[in-house]
Ligand binder design. Structure first.
Ligand code: PLP
Ligand code: COI
Length: 366
């Protein structure tokens, strides 16, 4: 299906002066563009009433079922301005496919890839002036947040018969205040993120709600993010609150990138997947497998693990400097070292159109 989208322009868009101030220092998730996209679903009419309208509050009935049972799923991707002024997305079809998988898990109808990409692309065209200019070294972009929620007013526990899909956009700088500065992780041993058969692979608000208490614990310990272990044995590394993790084996028997396998309990990151493909271009072997926590300690002690980094749309690639736990700390020998730096440059150059798109990952929005 191709959506028929009606557009109502915002009669009071943010002024050029205010926009320039916002884009000078956008932060992450603080400011929102002049418009939003919305489409509704019912079993009878399917997806209908697609529109781009002025950004503004939603009016929800107190019985709106997402407020009670959290039937919700979301995505996160970015639009990048290239030096010639054009605006591009990075693998938006992969986000559409992941949202379809999350939708299946959350008992939602599926929004076709074509419709998902069209909705984003039309909204980005309308709000194009919000996409920061291409300035090398700044890496500012427009963060795009598609989300779907149960919008039926009903307290029975079943899949909603009225569903809303929306897209909002927010200009973004670095997720972490320090940019490429190495972050510290707190190892959560009292909380887990997802169990077998649960929702770990779905991008749904509940997973983030459950990460907030461990994340608060991390902040209290002076750390930036929480590191989760598997729920069954508490032995294997899974992912961070909002990012996947990679180890660089740069010592003896090196030239390897190692990351936890996606076994249904972690989010199948698109950055993660892209790095696994890019690794070959850097002469790196890849291993996706279970990684016991003890391997991290032993690998650093033996000099085999040289770099550790987190990756995701918001985080891009961020070096991990230390894992802190009740038992002590593991300090990365060379955070932000040569492999992290080269992979990061390759990824960011592709996103900003400074490297040839040999993988066919970019899609022009405007
Ligand atoms: N893991 C979690 C829990 C996340 O929230 C994210 C961010 O979206 C990722 C991993 C990385 O996924 P992606 O690279 O698709 O942004
Ligand atoms: C993203 O990277 O898109 C996320 O959703 C992660 C979140 C920490 C902002």
């Amino acid at each position: 299906m191709t959506l028929e989208i009606t557009t109502t322009l915002n009669p009071n868009p943010v002024s050029d002066e205010r926009l320039a101030e916002i884009l000078a220092d956008p932060g992450f998730g603080n400011h929102f563009t002049d418009h939003m996209f919305r489409v509704e679903w019912t079993p009878e009419a399917g997806w209908h009433n697609a529109r781009i309208e002025p950004y503004g509050p939603l009016s929800l009935d107190p019985a709106c079922s997402v407020l009670h049972y959290a039937q919700e799923t979301f995505e996160g991707l970015k639009a990048y301005r290239h030096t010639d002024g054009t605006i591009w997305g990075f693998r938006p079809e992969a986000n559409a496919a992941r949202m379809a998988r999350s939708s299946a898990r959350l008992a939602f109808p599926v929004l076709e890839t074509e419709d998902f990409v069209q909705a984003i692309s039309e909204l980005v065209k309308v709000d194009a002036r919000w996409v920061p200019a291409a300035v090398e070294g700044e890496e500012k972009s427009l963060y795009i947040r598609p989300f779907m929620f149960a919008s039926e007013n009903f307290l029975g526990v079943r899949a909603a018969q009225h569903v809303t899909f929306m897209v909002i956009c927010s200009p973004a700088g670095s997720y972490f205040k320090g940019g490429m500065k190495p972050v510290r992780l707190w190892l959560s041993e009292s909380f887990t993120r997802a169990g077998r058969g649960g929702m770990g692979a779905a991008k749904t608000g509940g997973n983030y709600a459950s990460s907030l208490a461990p994340q608060a614990e991390a902040y209290a310990k002076g750390c930036d993010q929480v590191m989760f272990l598997d729920a069954s044995e508490g032995k294997y590394l899974e992912e961070l609150g909002g990012m996947n993790i990679f180890f660089v084996y740069g010592g003896a028997n090196g030239g390897r990138l190692v990351t936890p396998s996606t076994s249904g309990t972690i989010l199948e990151g698109i950055t993660r997947d892209s790095l696994l493909e890019l690794a070959a271009d850097h002469g790196l072997k890849v291993e996706e497998r279970q990684i016991p926590l003890s391997e991290w300690r032993d690998g650093v002690a033996s000099g085999e693990i040289t770099e550790v980094f987190a990756c995701g749309t918001a985080a891009v690639i961020t070096p991990i400097g230390e894992l802190l736990s009740a038992d002590g700390s593991i300090v990365t020998p060379d955070p932000g070292g040569p492999v992290t730096t080269a992979l990061r440059k390759n990824l960011v150059d592709l996103q900003f159109g400074r490297a040839e798109d040999i993988h066919g990952w970019t899609t022009q929005f405007a």
